[in-house]
Design a protein around this ligand. Structure first.
Ligand SMILES: [Zn+2]
Length: 305
């Protein structure tokens, strides 16, 4: 039997940003074998490479990425690797993903650089209950008074997230398919569990240049190192659902999930909006699904050895 000490801490909290070598090592006495890997769209990935791709280097999670308009009323206000999105309406704004609490001032500055007021944020949403995406909820609420809304299945994990010992605010509990409306914009909450119990993929229509586009704020579908049968059931439902979601513009909880930095470079060079890319909308889901299947095959093989 293979013994892995590889610890993919599920894009976990603080420890990741602090940068200890917490992934990629195997026990020195364990039998060595090739890591599980998958090839999708011509690129080959291991679990560790996907994790590393998501979080980037030591400072990437906390260094602001140039705030920019993505499409319609949707703006990027996150860091190099942890996304935050501002959806602006005539009745205030919606923020998706507060990220780490220490990033909240970074997000605030990006919002202001775009010419918006942080205090205009009326609703705070998130993709999933891991610290790198939602630890800052209490501080955002404190600074803006925003209503914090969360998928029911993620509430226990969010309640356990208490930076500085403060309660995690939750003003409204959402369920699969529920609509969040503000100033003419409607966001739909899709339960896409697996990575967390309440992992939420958000969709909305964005109007740009006289056309309407389907935008999908995807939740991570990255499997843990050792998926449980419950994980597998949840991921199977999520892959099937994401496959059916209409999508012209794919976003994600980490910029690398939608090739943000390359698309932004193309945005700056002019031409058609590179974020409108329906052909690649589901590639991240396909990578995640291929990886889960490969992990399960590896586990099956390990049991038979
Ligand atoms: Zn996560």
């Amino acid at each position: 039997m293979k013994l892995y000490t590889l610890t993919l801490l599920a894009c976990a909290a603080g420890v990741v940003a602090a940068g200890p070598p917490l992934h990629g090592q195997r026990g020195s006495t364990a039998p060595q074998g090739p890591p599980v890997q998958v090839t999708v769209n011509g690129r080959t990935w291991t679990q560790q490479e996907l994790f590393q791709r998501n979080i980037g280097g030591p400072n990437d999670q906390t260094t602001p990425f140039t705030p920019h308009k993505i499409i319609g009323n949707i703006y990027y206000v996150g860091t190099r690797t942890l996304t935050s999105f501002l959806v602006v309406t005539p009745q205030g704004a919606i923020l998706i993903n507060s990220t780490y609490e220490r990033n909240v001032p970074v997000i605030q500055k990006s919002v202001e650089q775009l010419g918006f007021k942080f205090s205009d944020i009326k609703i705070l949403l998130g993709n999933h209950a891991h610290g790198d995406h939602q630890e800052g909820d209490a501080l955002v609420k404190q600074l803006t008074g925003a209503q914090v809304m969360a998928m029911a299945e993620d509430v226990p994990a969010l309640k356990a997230m208490k930076p500085g010992g403060r309660e995690h605010p939750i003003d409204k509990i959402l369920h699969d398919g529920e609509h969040v409306m503000l100033g003419g914009t409607t966001l739909v909450a899709h339960l896409t569990p697996g990575h967390t119990r309440g992992c939420t993929t958000w969709t909305m229509k964005a109007e740009d240049g006289g056309k309407a586009y389907d935008v999908m704020f995807g939740c991570s579908l990255r499997a843990p190192e050792r998926p449980t049968p419950q994980n597998v059931d949840e991921f199977n439902r999520s892959f099937a659902l994401v496959r059916t979601l209409p999508c012209d513009v794919q976003l994600g909880d980490h910029g690398a999930q939608y090739n943000m930095q390359a698309k932004y470079a193309r945005l700056r060079s002019g031409g058609p909006n590179p974020f409108i890319d329906p052909d690649t909308c589901k590639v991240e889901m396909e990578i995640s699904e291929a990886m889960l299947r490969a992990i399960l095959v590896e586990q099956q093989g390990a049991r038979q050895r």
